[in-house]
Design a protein around this ligand. Structure first.
Ligand code: HAM
Length: 417
């Protein structure tokens, strides 16, 4: 016997019950983001590898070890998109969107691919809902996009949410700060853990996350990037904060907040949920004012976020999502198979009249058909027999026999009462 085929590690099937919950996410996104003027965009599932190397940054974990990269038939290097910001920035440039009124506000709900260690809430193919607002450096765009994510997560019932906020300043500020931090760490090397010491050159910022007591003591005195922001960047951050305060949003300023992508400048933020385990990041984002230029476009500001659908659903728990309504179930008396075609016709007519209708398709007994109607929660059941159609309203218990051609009208009338 051949081995059983399974979905690859880190991927999964979205089964119908799960699909209902995802539809709820999509509908909430369409409603909340649409109301703020965001319009849907979708980009291809794969892009030229160079887009991510240039956009996300060649020294990031994503580009160094998490990309699914392959050559196509003509030897081009392509990569399954690991994230959505670089592709949307590419589309903005490619379609000349700088000619549109700015900022151009876009949202997406798509699947992304990263070769990561798979665990609950961390997949190799995962889904994100995200926004990008391109073409304005106004702090109101940052604040609005954060408020929209908060609203979306709240509407979906994501529990125990926390928002952390920071600012990274510009690339120049960061480079100068990095050198300052490295010098500081070297001056206190004897009190640092071995692991932190080994990474001073590579990743000095990691020292802020260390659990080692000596390192923690040193880091309490370490210089903070937030204190090194230029006047303009500090003003921008203060303006974002004032708008969030005005909107009544609770957040914590985290001077050590770092994100795993290189394109960020100024505002960065992350929503976490304590209802999740190790993978507590529900969604995050920030400003990326240099990205469009980096990809060959004109100097253009931008800000956005993405939130993982799997993590939203995990953190929302079993919040009740309404099963779709079934208005009518149509069956027929098994003793009269000639009625089958009439039943088929009624189900078809019912759908054309705007009802949701399902047909008996499994050759069940009369009893089995009634049970199936119960299982799917049908409001009306119509069973076709010799005398016509017996239509039962499951809500009131009333039953009536009508001509087959009158079933749809009967249900429509009953529904509107
Ligand atoms: P990110 O922080 O890499 O940002 O991902 C955003 C969210 O996607 C995470 O908070 C998490 O919920 C989800 N996520 C990431 N990786 C996985 C995974 N392997 N499995 C399940 N969920 C995952 C970005 O992707 C940026 N493009 C966000 C952005 C948009 N910044 C500006 N605009």
């Amino acid at each position: 016997m051949s081995a059983k085929l399974q979905a690859p590690r880190g991927t999964y099937d979205v089964l119908p019950e799960e699909a209902i919950r995802r539809t709820a996410v999509e509908e909430a996104a369409r409603r909340i983001l649409g109301a703020a003027g965001y319009r849907r965009i979708e980009t291809p599932a794969f892009e030229a590898t160079e887009l991510f190397a240039r956009g996300v940054g060649s020294s990031t974990d994503i580009v160094q070890k998490e990309m699914y990269t392959f050559e196509d038939g003509s030897g081009r290097s392509l990569t399954l998109r690991p994230e959505g910001t670089a592709p949307v920035a590419r589309a903005y440039i490619e379609h000349g969107m700088q000619k549109l009124p700015q900022p151009v506000k876009l949202w997406y709900l798509s699947s992304f691919f990263r070769y990561e260690r798979a665990q609950a809430g961390r997949q190799r193919q995962f889904w994100q809902v995200g926004t990008e607002a391109i073409g304005s450096a106004d702090p109101a765009v940052d604040a609005e996009s954060i408020v929209l994510l908060a609203e979306l997560l709240d509407a979906l019932g994501v529990r125990e949410l926390r928002l952390r906020l920071g600012s990274l300043g510009t690339a120049e500020t960061r480079a100068a700060y990095r050198e300052e931090l490295q010098a500081f760490l070297r001056a206190h090397e004897d009190r640092l853990s071995e692991e932190v010491r080994a990474r001073i050159d590579q990743n000095p910022l990691r020292a802020f996350d260390a659990d080692h007591p000596g390192t923690r003591e040193v880091m309490a005195e370490a210089p903070r990037l937030l204190d090194r922001l230029s006047g303009e960047d500090a003003d921008h951050f203060a303006a974002v904060r004032a708008l969030l305060d005005g909107a009544g949003l609770t957040y914590e300023v985290d001077p050590t907040l770092v994100r795993g992508l290189d394109y960020y400048a100024r505002t960065v933020f992350e929503f976490t949920s304590d209802a999740l385990g190790a993978q507590s990041g529900v969604g995050g984002g920030g400003r990326y004012d240099g990205l469009i230029e980096q990809l060959g476009g004109p100097p253009t500001a931008g800000v956005g976020w993405a939130a993982g659908i799997e993590r939203i659903l995990l953190a929302a728990g079993e919040q009740a999502v309404a099963e779709p309504v079934v208005d009518l179930f149509v069956g027929h008396d098994p003793a009269h198979p000639e009625q089958r075609a009439a039943g088929f016709q009624i189900a078809h007519e019912a759908r054309r009249a705007g009802l949701t209708a399902q047909l008996e398709l499994a050759g069940r007994s009369l009893k089995g058909q009634l049970k199936q109607a119960d299982r799917i929660g049908a409001r009306y059941v119509a069973i076709l027999g010799e005398e016509g159609a017996t239509v039962k309203d499951k809500e009131s218990g009333e039953q009536e026999t009508v001509a087959p051609g009158a079933v749809v009208h009967h249900v429509l009338r009953g529904r509107s009462l």
